[in-house]
Ligand binder design. Structure first.
Ligand code: NI
Length: 176
């Protein structure tokens, strides 16, 4: 398995609407394996294909890992995922993103969502996601439409967060 490069804000691929997968074959499964490996190495709970530079409607998620994120829990592969039903109730939770390193912010999401998708073998499936998984699913599916969680917070909070990100990058460049 290969660890892929994670693209960071403001790379244009992150703003692009990703394309539907036409065929679930071994090549696609290889990509899913590499994405999962990358997500584990980067200690994320979810990763969407645009984040590794591939504009396809694919997401990997593992919302059941241990605290350090080192042990795999229950990996999910979502191909062409679509939200087909959602709660009226909304919840607020803190989110972060591998494409917006070391930042976090409160985002409002639906409390639960029902998702239709193709699995690792290309079989159609439906899943009801609630609690933490619901938040991860909505965050990752947003990536497929070119939306980052920072697009869902207030302009003021976003500009503060981006300033901090900028500062962090400058510090990193200086120490290199
Ligand atoms: Ni993200």
């Amino acid at each position: 398995m290969t660890v892929m490069k994670v693209y960071e804000y403001p790379h244009p691929i992150l703003k692009k609407k990703a394309e539907k997968v036409e065929k679930v074959d071994d090549e696609l499964r290889r990509l899913l394996d590499d994405m999962l490996e990358t997500m584990y190495v980067e200690i994320g709970v979810g990763l969407a294909a645009p984040q590794v530079g591939i504009s396809k409607r694919i997401v990997v998620i593992d919302a059941e890992r241990d605290d350090e994120g080192k042990k795999p829990g229950n990996p999910l592969y979502l191909i062409n995922p679509e939200i087909v039903e959602k709660s009226t109730e909304k919840v607020c939770g803190e989110e972060g993103c591998l494409s917006v390193p070391e930042q976090r912010a409160e985002v409002e999401r639906f409390a639960w969502v029902k998702v239709r998708y193709l699995d690792y073998n290309g079989e159609p499936r439906e899943m009801l996601a609630d609690d933490f998984l619901a938040i991860v699913v909505q965050h990752e599916l947003d990536h497929l439409d070119g939306i980052l969680y920072i697009d869902r917070i207030s302009r003021l909070k976003r500009s503060m967060l981006l300033k901090k990100l900028q500062k962090l990058r400058e510090e990193k460049t200086e120490s290199e």
